[in-house]
Design a protein around this ligand. Sequence first.
Ligand SMILES: *Cc1c(COP(=O)(O)O)cnc(C)c1O
Length: 391
Amino acid sequence: MIPPRGRHFFANPGPTNIPDSILLATAHASIDFNDPSFFTVYEAGRAGLKRVLRQENGELFLYTASGHGAWDATLSNLFSPGDRLLMIESGYFSETWAAMAARLGLVIETVAADWRHGVEIAAVEKALRADSRGQIRAICAVHNETATGLSLPLPAIRAAIDAARHPALFLVDTISSLGSFEFRMSEWGVDAVVGGSQKGLMLPAGMSFTAVSERAFAAHKESRLPHGYFDWSMMLARPHKSFMGTVPVTFFYGLRESLRLIEEEGLENVFARHHRLARGVRAAVKAWSGNRGPELFCTNPDRASDSVSAILMPEGFDAETVRTIARERFNVSLGGGLGPLMGKVFRIGHLGDLNEAMVMGTLAAVDMSLSRAGIPHGGGALEAAMAAFGD
Ligand SMILES: *Cc1c(COP(=O)(O)O)cnc(C)c1O
């Protein structure tokens, strides 16, 4: 195989492209994490993250761990053995989060959902009303199911919890939505938010966090699950109010630049850009779906994700073939199918540091890969994407 030349096009839905200015910012020499000059950068980073989260009160705990670590931290700090959780089914990530909770000794109830259409909000309210003794301790939702390309209307879920007058905590995974489309922790009454560094925040993988409401922090005080590395009370007693041991200082130089980029563009403009790029990708997929070609996995236009699209192969064709050709022949990396969707879908990440030209490059590579793989598909995808971007 001839070694690839030119820039590696990275179209995975996480990790995402790291802007050059962030890469340069993270190239920082070691510094004592108690050094006052680092502390200024650290505190500014925490304050900026709270602005992106729209967190108005409560605590923010950060960890040297990928998103899975933040899941673990959040569950173990909030609950006691045998506590009941209501998980809204969305796909691979809701299932693996639930499985982790079960391993920790929690009891999981699921609001079942069609992965392609998304949960019925009425079913969430029904499950809460059925729990008339209020035994469910928390309801868990993955804001953006990265495996399927569907998002959840969190304000509608909050309204369902309120309509059922249920006291459960509201836990949300925003790992692939934060900094890509709208999220408002305090206004939407979210009690614990799990986020990660390597998606919308455009940083390397390895740092994650939980934003915690005052109500959730009170629940933490009552929790009886063992927490070792991730003990919030112990973290709060430290000068950094987060982390055990060494603080990963380079992340905070990167985060300073990430926040500068996000706030220079403006969160609303960041969201508008993600929506515009997503519209282009969806228009291309719609064109491919002609001639019995691959189609959007999401069948519910109201839930189509602005940060990732999963594309379902026609029966009898393997999505991995498309990914392999894209990678080997065109130096373009696409996301694969997760869990039961392995081989059935490939995914295009359209979140983070991206523009129309980069998305067009990816779409063109996919189009050429579909042709080379002999997969039936409709024409005109690139023109459709360009038209859909709008002004
Ligand atoms: C990526 C992702 C995770 C897992 O995060 P890691 O950093 O890979 O551990 C969890 N939830 C969602 C929705 C994700 O997209």
